[in-house]
Design a protein around this ligand. Structure first.
Ligand code: NAP
Length: 278
């Protein structure tokens, strides 16, 4: 019987996941199909009842359901609990299991890009959902310390207060003023705001406002935004001769980890990357 997989989101038609997943499925010759499901806000519980009844093996969960999904699940893994968001649901022996593959997906992408994570001093820019996943990912991978800076200092402080007790390294928070000292001490810079997104009127001014010249020569810079692939912040880092890791790697690896959870096979990461690039 064909294994059915998919993504729950609202909106969902822009999602690149079906293209990435179906390319991987076809490449391996599997009897499976990955479909977009338009699940309206407030109805994800009903969708999960349907998933269980229809025997849908696994779904990715995207906006606006990543938090709402949690009370409807039978089990939730540690990363998802710490982040407070689930992006992957697997139906296993009638039980709905929730995972967050964004955090380990980012870590795999960083390691693939030869970034130092274990023992590193990390600076995360932004205090939204992506920043949250990044903080949990690098902390669980053994970062020495994580500083979170956001344009609203209270948002950075609230995030650190919320996550601090549950993570194995010290977390600190600030606004965007006086970032020179923080940049000098940073070995891994994670740009996790949406300021660098395609079409953002602030993309260049945002990059220009960062004291990139203060980063050590061995630092790595990653931007979680993947459209454009080279953001204003990554361009500034490249021009300084620093190692860079684009945001597409996180998108691919969060999918690859979900692929392994659903299908029990290593994901063809290169095929997935090519499908997204095409
Ligand atoms: N590569 C991946 O797989 C992946 C996964 C998830 C997300 N992402 C990307 O990561 C980005 C953030 O996602 P999210 O879910 O965290 O969004 P979010 O929850 O809306 O958070 C956005 C963050 O960016 C800040 N921000 C927005 N515009 C800014 C500006 N001009 N200057 C400074 N800070 C600004 C926001 O600050 P305020 O709270 O003050 O508005 C907030 O801290 C998105 O653009 C998304 O494309 C990538």
């Amino acid at each position: 019987m064909t294994t059915v997989l998919g993504i729950f989101g609202d909106p969902v038609k822009h999602s690149k996941s079906p293209r990435m997943w179906n390319a991987a499925i076809e490449h391996l010759g599997l009897d499976a199909r990955y479909l977009p499901f338009h699940v309206r806000r407030g109805t994800v519980g009903d969708a999960l009842v349907g998933m269980r009844a229809l025997g849908i093996r696994g779904v990715n969960v995207t906006l606006p359901h990543k938090e709402d999904v949690i009370p409807h699940l039978d089990v939730v893994d540690d990363a998802a609990r710490s982040i407070g968001a689930v992006n992957t649901v697997r139906l296993e022996d009638g039980r709905l299991e929730g995972f967050n593959t964004d955090a380990p997906g980012l870590v795999r992408s960083l390691l693939e890009g030869h970034a130092k994570v274990r023992g590193a001093s990390v600076l995360v820019l932004g205090a939204g959902g992506a920043a949250r996943a990044a903080i949990v990912g690098v902390a669980q991978e053994g970062a020495a310390r994580v500083h979170v800076a956001a344009r609203r200092p209270e948002a950075a402080a609230a995030l650190v207060a919320d996550l601090g007790g549950a993570l194995p390294c010290p977390l600190t928070a600030s606004g965007f003023d006086d970032l020179e000292g923080a940049f000098e001490a940073t070995e891994l810079l994670v740009q996790a705001t949406s300021a660098t997104l395609d079409g953002s009127p602030h993309a260049q001014a945002f990059a220009d406002s960062l004291p990139m010249g203060r980063l050590p020569a061995h630092a790595t810079v990653t931007d979680l935004v993947y459209a454009p692939l080279e953001t204003t912040v990554l361009r500034a880092a490249r021009e300084r001769g620093l190692r860079t890791v684009d945001g597409l790697g996180m998108l691919i690896h969060q999918g690859a980890i979900a692929f392994e959870l659903f299908l029990g096979l290593p994901a063809p990461v290169d095929v997935m990357r090519k499908a997204l690039a095409g």
